[in-house]
Design a protein around this ligand. Structure first.
Ligand SMILES: [Zn+2]
Length: 379
């Protein structure tokens, strides 16, 4: 098999200015997750860049009212496909962060998470195209606009494409030390709704049933299901309930964040939460499990093979990459949950995701794009 990484890197270095100007243009288009109007302006920029660089129009535009359009592009017409995913939404409001370049870093909203990854995808294909490097598989590129809140409206399209794909590559940022992400915890939010009985706190203290007192029992139980050694954590992060100090509260709602490292553990805890029993028999408990969440992204022999191939590409480019299992979820959880071998963290290196100092390490950016392109040539 031929190796192309060096040739690709030289090509990227010769086009460095265009790559960074594409990136800046995309970062300058604000795209907070739940703001369709702004997001669609950003989607238009993304479409323009893909058109300019790859000559492609979207194969599908998935429009929906609560987020920007999700875009699906197809590079090549081969029957078998590899899925490459990037989200273009960010956690930042318009004008919330300045865009600044200094000391080998580019700061800005979504510059690391993950507009640089989107540009990596485009330029990895651009390099292959211009250098006439043949790819064995069709590359299906999916850009979604609702990853940060949980990919609720793009989930179906992602799962559908993943089921048809031999592998899924996620261009999320690498770990801070540059490691690729070979696994992620599963994340799911639950609501626990407790109903009691209201009564006058002074005149009829025994006539009611306090939903808040019941919640106190349930909170301690739910938290106790955490197993830090296994990586299972439950956090009751929000409590809402009651009306007045002199009223025995008839309602209380808890919001729970569950993280697990294996699918089996996610299912075990789900069962336990589905069977919460009230301590006070006058209270009732209902579990709100409407959020589907993201199941854990577990390492498999196939996903490790992807990592191995990527790390060999990096070695040929003169750097080493390790692999990391991380706590935060991504669309890699969705692709791996439908059985598609997945490798994540193939975007840029930097730090400060979701933080005020979010930035991209500019030095390592082109070699990372070359690694992604190299990986595409090996699949
Ligand atoms: Zn991200």
């Amino acid at each position: 098999m031929a190796f192309y990484e060096q040739q690709i890197l030289e090509y990227l270095q010769a086009h460095k200015e265009e790559i960074f100007s594409d990136l800046l243009e995309l970062v300058k288009a604000p795209s907070p997750s739940a703001q369709p109007e702004l997001s669609n302006q950003c989607a238009a920029v993304l479409r323009k860049i893909v058109k300019n660089r790859l000559g492609l129009e979207p194969d599908r535009v998935i429009s929906q009212p609560t987020a920007g359009d999700h875009l699906v592009f197809r590079y090549g017409t081969q029957e078998q496909q590899i899925l490459v995913i990037g989200h273009y939404d960010t956690v930042w409001e318009k004008d919330q962060l300045p865009i600044v370049e200094k000391e080998g870093a580019l700061y800005g909203p979504g510059v690391l998470d993950m507009k640089s990854g989107d540009i990596s995808v485009i330029w990895s294909l651009k390099a292959c195209k211009e250098l006439n490097i043949p790819l064995d598989k069709q590359i299906c590129v999916l850009f979604n606009s609702d990853e940060e809140p949980g990919s609720h409206t793009s989930r179906h399209a992602i799962e559908e494409e993943a089921k048809k794909s031999l592998a899924a590559l996620i261009a999320e940022p690498a770990a801070n030390n540059g490691d690729l992400k070979s696994g992620r915890k599963g994340v799911r939010f639950y609501g626990v709704e407790i109903t009691g009985k209201a009564a006058h706190a002074g005149n009829d203290p025994l006539g009611g049933a306090s939903a808040i007192k019941e919640a106190a029992h349930q909170i301690l139980y739910i938290q106790s299901l955490s197993d830090y050694e296994k990586g299972t954590t439950l956090n009751v992060g929000v409590i809402k309930g009651g009306s007045q100090p002199n009223v025995i509260p008839d309602f209380c709602r808890l919001e729970v964040d569950l993280r697990t490292t294996t699918v089996a553990e996610a299912k075990r805890i789900h069962e336990l939460l589905s069977n919460l029993k009230p301590v006070d028999p006058k209270c009732t408990i209902k579990l709100d499990d409407n959020d589907e969440g993201r199941l854990p992204f577990e390492e498999t022999p196939e996903s490790l093979k992807l990592f191995q191939t990527a790390s060999e590409c990096a070695q040929r480019l003169g750097f080493q990459v390790g692999k990391a299992f991380v706590g935060g979820g991504s669309d890699g959880n969705l692709t791996s949950s439908v059985g598609c071998p997945t490798l994540d963290g193939l975007g840029a290196v930097g730090s400060g995701m979701h933080a005020l100092n979010e930035h991209l390490d500019t030095e390592s950016y082109l070699p990372r794009i070359a690694m992604l392109a190299g990986l595409l040539t090996q699949l």
